[in-house]
Design a protein around this ligand. Structure first.
Ligand code: HEM
Length: 480
């Protein structure tokens, strides 16, 4: 009997699989499929995080902006670098469903703005959009100052060193910044490097990354039997309990001191309403943790990449420093948002770094309604990978893409060809915040140090959620 049930179930699964593949193969139009192996299809393209970016770049250069890849039999993804299709997919509120990859983050960030389903997302995003208004950004810029001062003191210990990885320093600084601006607390992760909370954030992020590239850990059922499952559960529990404590304390402060300053994102969320109802504690935790997740590693990596590039291009570094001296003078004045806006060359150098080394190399969307667009037809149920790294390295959009040249951004670039912060309605809500944070950190670092190259260091790009150098973001510092 049991055997018969198993056979029936297996037959149903195989039939479902065959029908799905048949539907995709007959309906999908406008995509090229590179030759793959009979058994493993294009699995080898995705098998190593170290080769993923070069593999996908080679494929999109050889086969164009719309490519169909079978990660394995039955798991088809569409690799897209065609700006018109990207505009069609990202530019509409109808296609905002994230694909299964984001589920890996859900234990930590629950159903916050990054991961939630379209219906909830529309309401949440509407409520969140005003939190980065001009006045609020001004407050945030002043809150960056103290953590950046600590960063400079920490970096001073590295002057004269033959070369060191700058990213861990930057990550602790951006963690302090995001905790102060989002939670309203001084975490002091830079001074107290052994804090349980920062260790837990590090642990959870590392486990998400490990799951990305391990079929055993990626599957929710088999993941349960691994050591990482317990470790992640414990770390997430502590992170969420800690956040709950911060929320309780903040509420109490509001009740006892009606005039207490509302400067953090949490303060704003405590007063926000969705469907005329205040947010529950669970929703508040999901939301603030989503901002921590999205706004910590991304900014640190962006600063690290600019420093790395400037170490290799002393002429560009000199121009950036000359501009900062002309806007801020030489007496170490802390920048205002207006000063930051005046630093056009610095902005171009940051943008060109974000093109050259795309911080978030991929975005993905689940297609939950058939798409018909020109000669393209995409049946629902497929995942689209928008390969931002490949888009930014496309010679059609950026001639001579391997050349680092900030002046590309002297004039406006064509829409949907440059998207380090994503695009359309579900783009990065923190991009203005992020840009200001990156500028403030770079200004203070460049005022204090000349960034020198570690000769012979060739970066090994690794595909993580954000771009990484497997062999470290190595630079040298010399006092200025
Ligand atoms: C500075 C470097 C940053 C980069 C390169 C970056 C990049 C991105 C990208 C590409 C997306 C779109 C993801 C997708 O469509 O799947 C995104 C979304 C998001 N980012 Fe950023 N980000 C940065 C900084 C920040 C900061 C500082 C914050 C918070 C303060 C933040 C908060 C968010 C949030 C909440 C979303 C989700 C928006 C939504 O789904 O509606 N980001 N970011």
């Amino acid at each position: 009997m049991l055997f018969a049930i198993v056979v029936v179930l297996l037959t149903i699964l195989i039939l479902q699989f065959v029908v799905k593949q048949y539907r995709i193969n007959t309906q999908l139009k406008g995509f090229v499929s590179p030759p793959g192996s009979l058994l493993l299809r294009h699995f080898n393209v995705f098998s190593s995080e170290n080769d993923l970016i070069p593999n996908l770049l080679e494929i999109s250069r050889k086969y164009g902006g719309r490519v169909k890849l079978d990660v394995f039999h039955g798991t088809t993804v569409l690799l897209v670098t065609d700006k018109d299709l990207i505009c069609h997919v990202l530019g509409t509120k109808q296609i905002v469903l994230k694909d299964a990859f984001y589920d890996l983050c859900k234990k930590w960030i629950g159903q916050g703005v990054i991961t939630c389903k379209p219906e909830k997302w529309t309401k949440t995003r509407k409520m969140l959009n005003p939190v980065f208004n001009v006045q609020q950004l001004q407050t945030y810029v002043t809150l960056f100052e103290n953590p950046i001062k600590i960063l400079i003191e920490k970096l001073k210990c590295e002057t004269g060193n033959d070369g060191f990885d700058v990213l861990p320093y930057l990550s602790l600084c951006t963690l302090d910044i995001i905790c102060e601006t989002v939670l309203g607390i001084k975490l002091n992760a830079q001074k107290n490097t052994d804090l349980q909370y920062s260790r837990d954030i590090h642990t959870v992020t590392s486990i998400i990354l490990r799951r990305l590239f391990s079929p055993l850990k990626r599957n929710d059922v088999t993941f349960r039997f691994t050591e990482d499952y317990q470790i992640e559960a414990e770390a997430v529990r502590r992170i969420r309990n800690f956040t709950q404590q911060v929320i309780d304390e903040r509420r109490l402060k509001k009740e006892t001191d009606a005039k207490s300053k509302k400067s953090s994102l949490l303060d704003i969320l405590l007063e926000a309403k969705i469907d005329d109802k205040p947010m529950t504690d669970e929703e508040l935790i999901d939301e603030v943790q989503s901002f921590l997740f999205a706004g910590h590693d991304t900014s640190a990596t962006s600063v690290g990449l600019v420093l790395y590039i400037l170490s290799k291009h002393q002429d560009i570094q000199d121009k950036v420093v000359k501009e900062l001296e002309s806007v801020l003078g030489t007496d170490n004045k802390y920048p205002t948002p207006t000063d930051l806006n005046e630093m056009k060359y610095l902005e171009m150098a940051i943008k060109e770094t974000m093109r050259y080394y795309t911080v978030a190399p991929f975005l993905s969307r689940m297609i939950d309604e058939d798409i018909s667009f020109g000669d393209i037809f995409i049946p629902k149920g497929l995942s689209i990978i928008v390969f931002l790294y490949g888009l930014h390295m496309n010679p059609e959009y950026f001639p001579n893409p391997e050349k680092f040249d900030p002046t590309r951004f002297e004039k406006e670039v064509t829409p949907y060809t440059f998207m380090p912060f994503g695009g359309g309605p579900r783009n990065c809500i923190g991009q203005r915040f992020g840009m200001m944070e990156i500028k403030c950190m770079l200004i203070e670092i460049l005022r204090n140090f000349r960034i020198l190259e570690v000769s012979g260091h060739i970066p090994q790009l690794t595909a993580m959620i954000v771009l990484r150098f497997k062999n470290g973001m190595m630079i040298k510092l010399e006092p200025r």
